[in-house]
Design a protein around this ligand. Sequence first.
Ligand code: RIB
Ligand code: CA
Length: 309
Amino acid sequence: MRRILIDTDTASDDAVALIFALRDDRAHIEAITVVAGNVPVDTGVKNALTAVQMANTYTPPVYRGCSKPMMRDLFTSEFVHGSDGMGDMNLPDPALCVASGHAVDKIIELVVDNPHEIELITLGPLTNLALAYLKEPRIAQLVKHVFVMGGSGFGPGNITPVAEFNIYVDAEAAQIVLSSGMPLTFVGWDVSTDETFISQADIDHLLATGSPIAQFCVRCNEGLRLHNEEVWGQSGFDLPDPTAVIAALYPEIILKQSTVYSFIECKSADTYGQMVIDGNNLLKRPANVTLCHKIDAARFKDILFSRIQ
Ligand code: RIB
Ligand code: CA
């Protein structure tokens, strides 16, 4: 059983990822830490607690983390996920409560107290993780592995032509993580926008199960579905966070990955947040990240759908 901490800016795709992870038998979720990103951090805490309740398995502690990026004002994505981040479901307050203690301290505590046992999966901006590293650099050597939903590989960005949301919100934090020496695997937004995209047929399949969990996972992504329809002209929705979680827990479905040197552009106004990937090793810098480029979409959907029904 792998011991996992999930850091999340809980909006609708994060919520599906949390529900999946809590219902999957390959991982024990030791803790959930929340960071500002898609939504303000307190909304993210509410959505994370709601997802834990909806998973209906066990209840790991949920800790509140950073309420803004390191250097910039918070840029949120309610225009994508809805005002509550959950498709405007106007959900009631969860019965579960946030645990005491700051997310940054809890990341440090869990990793330092369990050397080489804890794996981190991050689903939002990297503010919490960057600050945990700055406060306790030893976590870079003591963490077993860090899987990041971030960047868009060699593909276009989703917030600017070159930047993906999680990196764009806090590019400085992402650069701190990339240069920390942590063992890193990035699963970019590009991995969730090919055949892994959740089509209308997939939606119909999930709804036909009659499962309340499956229906919740579809309904909370209604904002994302409408956004995709209006902005990208696609019917359905991408699930980048579940893609990252399943690539992390089921490495056998990864079809293509590469190990490269990468850095984040933090200075340019026009290309801020770009994950620059030296695919041809022109800079002759030591590799610092493994990039997942493609997963088996059919296997991904089988695994995901089997757990959220
Ligand atoms: O770019 C996609 C990422 O940004 C996902 O993690 C989504 O939840 C948002 O945080
Ligand atoms: Ca997210």
